[in-house]
Design a protein around this ligand. Sequence first.
Ligand code: PGA
Length: 239
Amino acid sequence: MKYLIFDTKKEASVESYKILKSLIDKNSTLGLATGSTPTDLYAEMIADYKAGNFSYKNIKSYNLDEYVGISYDHPESYHKFMDTNLFDHIDINKENTHVPDASAADLKLAVKTYQEELNNTQIDVQILGIGGNGHIGFNEPGTPFDAGVHVVDLKEETIKANSRFFDGDINLVPKQAMTMGIKDIMRAKHIILLAFGKEKREAIRSLVEGEEITENIPCTILKNHPSVYVLVDKEADFK
Ligand code: PGA
């Protein structure tokens, strides 16, 4: 695991894009994340695309997760987030982008379909944020490490943390999500995990310094992955 500390989110994100670019080519498959963490990385991707340095024409993408219970055109749906923060600004073919179909009438079928899609692909680089409780994707504490795609009841702390996107009102935050499993995340060839802010510090400590690998702190499984880059700002650094 490479652990890199930066003064700011911006500096970490610039470096994360350099790392990403060194790991992919024009035909790669990306695993993408949402939330406030990857926004500056996506801004770097867009700027480099606009400068004519990289094309997403043949790139495929798979997103980690999506809320259950809000429509795709809800401003806080992860479908919408990806369009607004990345896909609408680069030349990716939207048919090559995949976000869990969490508003499907048949959610069980949607889970099965996403699992099959993931099983039939190889993600080259998975971008990850991290929850204060150590979740990756929406794999909350207690999720078995061998879980695949599933629907999850969000933990209270996650609903609270995400209420900042919903006018601070926890009642507006969806209570469930559909997420890639830990097993799916671990299949990626490379992982770039970003963490900003003091709320992430203890999770980062468990990941980088802790010795335990435990389902109670889902990120700790990444210790077993052969190629992980962890980039943090100084607030998220535990030292
Ligand atoms: P955030 O969420 O990027 O909005 O902080 C990260 C996560 O919960 O995985």
